[in-house]
Structures are given as C-alpha cells and as structure tokens.
Ligand binder design. Structure first.
Ligand code: ADP
Length: 380
C-alpha cells in the first residue's frame, strides 16, 4: 500500500529503523525526511501527505513546533510522534498540541494499526468538511434563487395591478352607462348579469394580486399596518358577503357564532384577508360538510375560530402548512399557491397575535386566531 510520509527525524539510524518497520508492515513509501522547520513548512505546503511521523525533540526543531506549523497552515494530516524516550509529560504535551498518537521507538508493534486508524479518521474529517462546504454552497444557491423569485413576485404583482385597476374602473363605468340606457328589460338584465360576472372575476383577481403583493412586502420587511378601530364582526360579515360564491359552490352549510362585539385596533383589509383565507380553505378542504365560524371576546384579546369537518391535516404537516409555498395536498386535486396561511400568520403576528391549528385527518381542522385587542403592537 502506498504511503506518503513526511518524516521529522535527525538521526539516520532511527530514520532507517522506522522506514524498515513501515516497509515490513506492507507499505510502499514515498517520503521526505527533514529536521528543519523551513524544509518541513515547504514540504507540508507542497503535499499531499498521508502521514507525518515526528521525533519529539531534534536539535533545531520539535514535535510541538511542527504541530504549530501544521495548525497555522490549517492542513489536516495524521501526526504521529515517535520518540526515543518520551516521558509522560511530553506525551501529554504532544497530544494537547494536536498529535494524534505517540510511540516509543523500541515499541512499534501497534504503529501500522494506528496509521490505518488515523488515515481513516482523516478521510472521514475530509468528507465531513466537503459535505459542510457543499451544503453551505447550495444554501447560498438557494438564497439567490429565493431572492430572484421574490423580486419577480414583487415586480409582477405591481405590473399586474395597474391594468387591473383600470379594468375595474371601466367595469364600474360600463355599469353606470348601462343604467342610463333605454334598453328593453330582457337585454338590460342579461347585460347586467354579464357585467356582474366580469366584476366578480375582477374582484377575485384583485384579491389574488393583493395577496401576492403582501408576499412581496413581507419578504422585504415592508409590511406596515394601517390601524383602524372596528368590530371584528363587521370584518367577518364583509368577508362572508364577498365569499358567497365559493361558499355556495362548496355546498357547505355555514354556522356563524358571533354573540358579542369584538372591537379593537387592527389593519382591517389585512384581517379580512386572514379571515377570507381561512374561510376559503374551509370551503376548499371541508368536503361539503358544515363549517363553523365563532368569535369569542375576552378582556385583552379576541379569538376567532374557523372549523371544518373535512379532509383534515396529518400531524406531521400541521406546522409545515404555515410556511411559504408549503402544501399538504396534491396540486392536481386542489388548486392554490400555498401562500395563504403563511401570509395569514405574518399578518396575525405583525398584530402581536397568533394563529394555530388542531386537526385530525378525515375528521376536520380547526384554525384559531388570537388577536390582542390593542392590535398592531407585537410584544418587544
Ligand atoms: P393553499 O390553500 O393555496 O394551498 P394555504 O397556505 O392556504 O395555501 O394552505 C396550505 C396547505 O394547508 C393547503 O395546501 C392544505 O394542504 C392545508 N390546509 C389549509 N387549510 C386546510 C383545511 N381547512 N383543511 C385541510 N387542509 C388545509
């Protein structure tokens, strides 16, 4: 077996003894022998070496000095001290300085085994370092990709918003013109129904794009709350009116339990988008079974619950679904970007609140949002 050895030894006899022992142990040697720091440093840098075999003391050099150079150059090579008369204190000193093992020249029986062990360990360390480096590199890759995606999201949603705003204004003015026209009732109501359809789709697109804009803002830390004092029941009503369509299509029966007002300072549009997201998920994953929306008012917080009896979520997925682009269902069956719950959590936490889920597969999911009445004041 080939062994590249850097040998620190001043005595010819001792060097011969060592070389003979290694050859007898089955190694084919490729070695450099020196006793000076200069040659050692130069040879070490030139490398690579499988092993450094070093005497403990030499007239101009010593094992601890050599170990200091190895450390300085950050080169990982097994370092074994072989000394004529190493005392216990010197052996401890060598090991502390980074030597991997030490032997007495008169007792080399275990040397080959130690060399093999140290070579294997050095290989493991090398592989570990490479894996860590590769991981670091791929994380840096990933960061760039995430950054590019976020920048794209931000630009695309801004660009989409401009024509959509104009479209929405045009739909409104068309509706006004329609009212002023002397059409026969049949045509007027058909046209009105069509315009309402267009308007509903424009509203849906606007909600989607506002969601994307929120993602872009959260990513760049620009989400600023615009606080307003209102009753959460108003927000629930407004969401349910806007979601009439999807609720009807889901065939789920909705039960709304909002016995008392819950007035606080929150960002109305954002809280509405949280409620909308939970309700729309409940219709999407609720298997057409009843959905319950409940509001509890406490002295310092309001608690909103959206519960369905649908497909439920595996325990292992229950934390993951709050992360960006994470979904626990196949795309083929349920459309969606996997952003809703992430945005919802960001919004609720920006208000100093929390959002959580309890769920059992096949039984249903209950999402609970806790909002401090003071709102907008996350704990320091
Ligand atoms: P999207 O609905 O666009 O996929 P969300 O972030 O709103 O994104 O939800 C992430 C995932 O969480 C969903 O894809 C689904 O797997 C799971 N999920 C959310 N709400 C429910 C629910 N009420 N019942 C079952 N699974 C749900």
């Amino acid at each position: 077996m080939q062994l590249r050895v850097l040998m620190l030894e001043d005595s010819d006899n001792d060097a011969d003894l060592l070389l003979r022992h290694l050859r007898k142990s089955g190694y084919t040697l490729d070695y450099v022998r020196t006793e000076t720091p200069e040659v050692f440093r130069e040879a070490l840098q030139r490398g690579p070496w499988d092993l450094i075999l070093s005497d403990f003391t030499m007239p101009r050099f010593s094992a601890p000095d050599a170990l200091a150079i190895v450390k300085e150059l950050a080169i990982d090579v097994p370092f074994i001290v072989v000394s004529g008369s190493i005392g216990e204190a010197a052996a401890v000193e060598a090991m502390k300085a980074g030597a991997h093992d030490f032997f007495l020249k008169g007792n080399l029986a275990r040397l080959a085994a130690a060399i093999e062990r140290e070579r294997a360990e050095a290989l493991l360390r090398h592989q570990h370092r490479r894996a860590v480096e590769e991981l670091r590199e791929s994380q840096a890759q990933l960061r760039d990709a995430v950054h590019a995606r976020d920048a794209f999201l931000s630009i695309a949603s801004h660009e989409l918003k401009t024509p959509l705003t104009s479209l929405s204004l045009q739909v409104e003015s068309a509706a006004q013109i329609l009212q002023g026209l002397a059409l026969d009732t049949g045509s007027a109501s058909r046209l009105e129904a069509k315009l309402k359809g267009v308007s509903r789709q424009v509203t849906r697109l606007t909600t989607l794009i506002n969601g994307l804009l929120d993602v872009a803002r959260i990513t760049s830390d620009r989400m600023q709350l615009s606080l307003d004092r209102f009753d959460l029941r108003e927000a629930i009503d407004s969401v349910l009116t806007g979601a009439e369509d999807i609720i009807a299509r889901s065939r789920s029966i909705l039960r709304v339990d909002t016995p008392a007002p819950a007035v606080g300072s929150w960002d109305r549009l954002r809280i509405e988008s949280v409620i909308f997201n939970l309700v729309s998920n409940a219709t999407k994953f609720g298997a057409s079974k009843p959905i319950r929306i409940a509001l509890e008012t406490h002295p310092t917080e309001a608690v909103l619950v959206v519960a369905d009896q649908g497909i439920g979520i595996e325990p292992s997925e229950q934390e993951r679904i709050f992360r960006r682009f994470e979904r626990a269902v196949p795309e083929k069956h349920f459309g969606g970007l996997g952003l809703g719950l992430w945005v919802a959590r960001e919004i609720v936490e920006a208000h100093g609140g929390s959002i959580s889920v309890t769920s059992e597969p096949g039984v249903g999911s209950t999402f609970t949002v806790r909002l401090p009445i003071a709102g907008g004041a996350p704990p320091a």
